[in-house]
Design a protein around this ligand. Structure first.
Ligand SMILES: [Ca+2]
Length: 145
């Protein structure tokens, strides 16, 4: 009994750290998978994608279905990677990705794409505010440099 308690006490923090890392790694994989699975803001398409992955039509995605879908999309994933991906998406830890968890995941993937959009916006801004080139006039700013 005492030994069992010790094991549980000892295992808990390590387990939490491992799960945290798995979720982090898993989420990185999701970002990659998001491109291959053509994750988009189109909610109908994302529902269709869910149904496509949920091959046994149970209303949730399990790890076998996920691995199969990723392999079909051209992503070579092993069982560990799929498990990590499940960890990062399966918020209630029931071992499957429900529709709610799926849509939350899609939103997160899309949100994290925003930095790219921001970069593009910044690029456009920079382009629009560039000094005019080749107008034959030497600008005072140029001379100072
Ligand atoms: Ca779940």
């Amino acid at each position: 009994m005492a030994f069992k308690m010790l094991l549980i006490k000892g295992a808990k923090p390590v387990g939490a750290a491992v799960l945290g890392f798995a979720a982090y790694k898993g989420y990185e994989e999701w970002q990659r998978a998001g491109e291959l699975l053509k994750v988009s803001e189109n909610k109908d398409q994302m529902k269709k994608l869910f149904d496509k992955i949920d091959t046994d039509k149970s209303g949730s995605i399990n790890s076998t279905e996920l691995q199969k879908a990723l392999n079909e999309a051209g992503m070579d994933v092993n069982v560990l990677t799929v498990q990590a991906m499940m960890y990062s998406a399966d918020k209630d830890s029931d071992g499957t990705i429900s529709k709610e968890e799926w849509h939350a995941l899609i939103e997160k993937i899309l949100d994290d794409r925003t930095p790219n959009t921001m970069d593009k916006a910044a690029e456009k801004y920079a382009e629009a505010h560039q000094k005019p080139k080749g107008d034959g006039i030497v600008h005072s700013k140029v001379i100072k440099k």
